[in-house]
Design a protein around this ligand. Sequence first.
Ligand SMILES: C[S@@+](CC[C@H](N)C(=O)[O-])C[C@H]1O[C@@H](n2cnc3c(N)ncnc32)[C@H](O)[C@@H]1O
Length: 217
Amino acid sequence: MSLVKSKKRVADHGEVFTPQWMVEAMLDLVKAETERIDARFLEPACGSGNFLVAVLRRKLAAVEMRYGRSQFERRQFALLALMSLYGIELLADNIAECRANLLDTLVEAQDLDESDDLYRAASHVLNYNLVHGDALAMHTIAGEPITFAEWGYLGKGKFQRRDFRLDVLTQSAAFSAKDSLFAHVNKHELFTPIQTYPPVTLRDLAAAANTNLLQSP
Ligand SMILES: C[S@@+](CC[C@H](N)C(=O)[O-])C[C@H]1O[C@@H](n2cnc3c(N)ncnc32)[C@H](O)[C@@H]1O
């Protein structure tokens, strides 16, 4: 894969993709996290997803190892692995490629076709987790504040979604700093979701993918 699309894009957007060997070497620095199915990763200038795709491959290998014998669990945890990955990208073609590359990775690992509920649920999740926007300004291309869905697995096929604003989440580190006025305060008291949704199943998320076709975030 070429690491540069054009000289103009390098000059305008600093668009130089990271080679795979370097991605893998960097991910090895946090190997245990890359193999933890629900460990969350945000790539704030994700390009076509070189880091996110590599993390997803590792997580899906972990899913196979732990849940490979149960078709039901394998599918739930494969979706959870995808749900834990987030990206922001300024350029429309890159964010589209990034979503497609992640979906392809899941399709390959789970042997899916487009009519499969897992395929459609994954498309729905990718639409939310992969944001077309400006990571520095922390707003979407439409000028709205970037929000991220925190997905959790409740067990028995149920997922919980809570939405948080990125600009609020990024203050989290400052609040936890050792000598901060708020160091003793439980973060959960400060960082509350802007919306909490009722639990949903993989099938519910697949059904919701149809509305994505009409209304993309
Ligand atoms: C150096 S490339 C890295 C891409 C990918 N992370 C990788 O390692 O292969 C930087 C990417 O950031 C995008 N970008 C530049 N400014 C951005 C911004 N303010 N917000 C989000 N993405 C941005 C560019 O379009 C480009 O795809």
